[in-house]
Write a protein that binds this ligand. Sequence first.
Ligand code: HAM
Length: 418
Amino acid sequence: MYQAARGTSDILPEEQPYWHYVEQKAADICRLYGYQRIDTPIFEDTSLFSRSAGEYSDIVQKEMYTFEDRGGNSLTLKPEGTPPVCRAYIQHGLSNRPQPVKLYYITPIFRYDRPQAGRYRQHYQFGCEAIGEADAALDAEVIEMSWQFFKSLGLTRFSLQINSIGCKQCRPGYLVELTEYYAGYRAELCKDCKTRLEKNPLRLLDCKQAGCQRLADAAPRNLDYLCFECKEHFSNLQKYLEILSIPFEVNHRLVRGLDYYTRTVFEFQPEEEGSQSTLGGGGRYDYLIEELGGKPTPGIGLAIGIERTILNLKKENVRVPILPGLKVLMTNVGEETRDESMKIAAMLRREGISATSTAGGKNLKAQLRQANSLGVRYAIIIGENEVKTGTVTVRDMADSSQKTVPVSDLVSFIKKEA
Ligand code: HAM
């Protein structure tokens, strides 16, 4: 028997109220903060992603779904949403619009990850990008927006961590210090960290191995090596977050897994778990647009994992609204009444009332059982008598009461009762 591919899953109808709820809240918060929706293709040129995330990032090294199309082009399924939005910003000349350009997306993301709870090979992200402004006030607004998003969903048990990882001026000096520090402990590092020490020393700070974590705690802090401008930017960000009453913690080990970040980085963690379950994260990427061929343009954004958000809604027992279901099931008692039943169902739908008529040769009792399990509000019974008199019997499934209603009054009866 076929199964969904490893690390992917079907979202069945009973799960959809959660998805609808989260997507609706995402659209609401974006409207409040002036973000407009953008949708980019599912695949792009492979080099768009490899140039953005960094040659030695986990995404590029191990996680991309890359394939060659029939024309010999190397394409990759979107492993994250930021580079496609930056590509679209450049391609469509969005730098000519008032800056910052604020865009959001809800998109499937593909990463060849090791599947486990909250970690999938296809997941969905709600992401936002604000491009064209370097001021820390925008960083604070992006962070506040994500905070308010989680709050608006009804989540309470999460926290925010922030850090600054500097810019082209100050980071190289810090990396020299960091590499020197770790070189003294080379023998104690895990296998991956030995490679990181050569290729991407910043990532040493966010290794999950206990031994490496102890070393990271005592490592030189990026914050102590920031240039004047980066220091000022970070202290402004903290000031603005305080003004906005957003509680945060500075975590000097927070570096994120993508190489394009500069200055601000941040993550939202659920309270009771570690970084494997990060709800969302993001940061500044002031060189990315230029790196991709555009004019020098600063940007900041974040993405939130929708599956992980839903897992946390369930953990916190947040009740989400049920989706409106079918209102009416038209029953029939055989060929003679079937035509009439279909006609009435069509009339109701044209009036905006959801309705369908039973098919097949089930007896009335079975049709009423079907109405019950479908959860409809009304089962409408139409027998030969009703056809003759131009009426129907409306059965309210909530209390099993029945009323005879002329077909000509049916629409107003149902609309009034609802
Ligand atoms: P990211 O931290 O790689 O950032 O992913 C964002 C969020 O997606 C994570 O915090 C997590 O909730 C969710 N996520 C990541 N991988 C998985 C997975 N395998 N299964 C389930 N959920 C997952 C980015 O992608 C950046 N593009 C964010 C950004 C936007 N930075 C600036 N702008």
